[in-house]
Design a protein around this ligand. Sequence first.
Ligand SMILES: NC(=O)c1ccc[n+]([C@@H]2O[C@H](COP(=O)([O-])OP(=O)(O)OC[C@H]3O[C@@H](n4cnc5c(N)ncnc54)[C@H](O)[C@@H]3O)[C@@H](O)[C@H]2O)c1
Length: 312
Amino acid sequence: MKILISGGCGQVGSHVAELFLKRGDQVVAIDNLATGRREHLADHPNLKVIIDTIADKALVDKIVSEFKPDAIVHTAASYKDPNDWYNDSLTNCVGGSNLIHAAKEYGVKRFIYFQTALCYGVKPLHQPIRLDHPKFPANSSYAITKTANEDFLEISGLDFVTFRLANVIGPRNVSGPLPIFFQRLKDGKKCFVTQARRDFVYVMDLAKNVVKACDGTGTGAYHFSSGTDVAIKELYDEVVAAMGISPYPEAEIKELGPDDAPSILLDPSRTFQDFGKIEFTPLKETVRSAIEYFQKHGTLGEYTHLKLEKTK
Ligand SMILES: NC(=O)c1ccc[n+]([C@@H]2O[C@H](COP(=O)([O-])OP(=O)(O)OC[C@H]3O[C@@H](n4cnc5c(N)ncnc54)[C@H](O)[C@@H]3O)[C@@H](O)[C@H]2O)c1
């Protein structure tokens, strides 16, 4: 099989690429290294890595027309500066629609997308959030532009799967609380923990189901979630344990901010129906693998997807 992966040097893209390469498939990855790293993807005879941007329409057309992939796994996303609407639009809207147009033009059979749970807004109406929850992406340039791209996909006529995700963690994770806790604890700084609960999944559990989706499982939108949420404090405790820090460094418990939902939990029932039973990796093991990675390679920078005040 031939797979084109946008954002192939990122957390999700690189894990998906490894799975395809392991089973003998051919992979072309395109990444502009905005948040990914070239070393996330080891060289392989069946892998071609193009360091460039999906915002370049002529380039995307050339890659798709020459490589003729069976599926496109579109993980590339821009999110690192909440005020950089230009680059969020360029990657998430223009880049995304370049890939969709090329997929249509050159007969790509499957298109896999990754949507953010922020598409439901920061005060979701359901708990857990059902797939029929209206989209309210306001308040984040990332969510607005990611949602536009999902909406384009929905009207494209392509055979697609969109995985809607809350928090994907594991090795090569550059956004969210996990790399922030690691870096602050390593620097001997105090961590801040809100009383929020969040829905965390291990990147490799997602990657295995992306492969299934490319092979033909599913159609339309899915929540990739275990169906249980975790207190941020539990995540913090697992990071402390994985780093072997003693005595226990107390975290400062903060009230929820105006933009913090008490819980973001996605209802995975349709995913279990169509993808079957999923063995979710326990949080302890997931955190251990991420910390092992950070200890070897460091964190790249710690990004959030929302415009938030930075803690000092
Ligand atoms: N990680 C999460 O918790 C999470 C949650 C919800 C949705 N998602 C979505 O999942 C997908 C994968 O996320 P991830 O955790 O792997 O993020 P990531 O930042 O690790 O990977 C994204 C990759 O896209 C690359 N990229 C950015 N702009 C590009 C461009 N113009 N052209 C080519 N490459 C470009 C980056 O360099 C990076 O390697 C994204 O679409 C993201 O919106 C992730």
